[in-house]
Write a new protein. Sequence first.
Length: 276
Amino acid sequence: MANRKNKNWSKEIIIQEIQRLHLEGVPLYSHHMRKTYQELLAAGMRHFGGWKEAVLEAGFSYEEVRRYHQWSNEKIIETIQSLYRAGVDLSFRAVMLSKEAPMVYAAIRTQHFGSWRNALESAGLPAEEIYRYRSWDDQEILNEIRSLHSKGEDLSSKRMDDSSNTLIATARRRFGTWEKAVSDAGLDYSTIRRRQRWSRELILEQMRPLLAANPKMNGSEMKMANPALFAAICKHRFFGGWSKAVSALRRLNSKRSQRESNLTVSPSVPLEAELV
């Protein structure tokens, strides 16, 4: 409500209104209140002796409330990015309840970004993911970690941080560390940390024994047997799909067979050359 006209104001109602406006991102400095919430401003001054005192009684620092004018777009973006790197919960409600509220006040003003979502996106952050993961409970976070692992995604903290995946920030807040979250999901983080860096040569070498054991193995079976290997196979910089990788392995096996059947002794040909 913009104004509680003709209402019986009490200290309790005034405090509740101030706290509600704060959570909604409404600037609480007196100039704004005078333009938009005159009744509340007058009631606060009447019951508490001044608007500053009313804001203080509601649990907010009036100096912080007044600091909205010190922010520039660049400073807002820099602060958001710094908070994100530190794993801070950047959902609107969380930051409004934190000491960063003055920055949010500034960010949502029309002369800056107009909304918190716009501010997040201007800082290069995925607003949808921030709100998405924020609403998840611990079990949903663990299920997402397991799902990413089953798809062969790199779950090392470096890779997750580099990809700006908001899941890792949320998991750190909930579980303390990313390693703890991954472990609670039933995965061995020491193995994830030592994750191999794929190459065409390494992929084919790891495919060889699997296809030797099951020559008719299809993509679905490979994905079940080794999801990380299958994910690497499907990356465009390697083979772009299961059938292309199988064809490449067959060509490689054919070259090796021809070389081994050759009676002429020749120097060993490196795998890199065989793939050409």
